[in-house]
Ligand binder design. Sequence first.
Ligand code: NAP
Length: 255
Amino acid sequence: MAGLLEGHIAAVTGGGSGIGQGICQAYAREGARVIILDINIDAAKETVSLIVATGGSASAMKLDVTDRQACKAVATEIATKGNISILVNNAGINRRNPMTGDAVAVSKDWDDILSINLDGMFNVTHALLDQLRATKGRIVNIGSIQSFVHVSWPNSAAYTTSKHGVLGFTRALAAELGKDGVRVNAIGPGLIETRINAEARAKNPEMVAMVMRHTPLNRPGKPEDIAGPAVFLASDMSAYVTGCIVMVDGGFRTV
Ligand code: NAP
């Protein structure tokens, strides 16, 4: 049986690790050619190896999503081999210094988090927009439970602001690009066990316990939990879905 993404070329930022890696593997399994864009080229190549070892098609390109010119150069290079029809804006970082903490640290957090999580999303999307419009493509942005605010969740101003921005960007682009046949959606992961939160989980088990007390499915998620919804939003199965955020959070935000 043909895969759900047969014939598609998918670019995934931050595909060298965690959620992005899980999405790359799932897209390849569904027949897409996957291009992994990551600041960490060794990690991106590792994802390529995992995909190729299981018979899929993938390639890696080094990209810092904060570098607007580099995003344009990568888009030009991709276009020489074929237009992408799926873009997953997944690259992101998190730090949890409180606003009331050290002024230098909190200012650096703000600059770094906003430039990667939000400006980076703009840079990559804008660079690949012509390709996505030409293919009537699909954009999947990785938001968060922190695209909303909940008192039980360990918030931080910079990350929460960036992920609210991801949701705003998703809705605005869906409204603008619908006429071109481009669909734009987001995924809102809950606590997913990846490198981004490995230190926080190790150092602060009470944080995990607090989140789990509010999570009906009563377990942290894994990258493969995000992969299914990401396939859905990239495939024709979601042909009439745009401008929405699919929460993949074990029920955290629902109850
Ligand atoms: P991860 O394992 O740290 O993966 C993030 C990837 O993005 C890494 O390969 C990282 O490279 C790369 N990256 C960082 N800065 C970059 C840049 N400037 N340009 C290109 N690539 C860059 O984290 P993850 O948990 O999979 O996170 C993926 C996305 O999910 C993020 O947007 C995150 O905010 C979101 N999210 C995660 C959770 C969760 O609980 N895990 C929950 C909600 C939302 P390095 O090797 O340099 O780190």
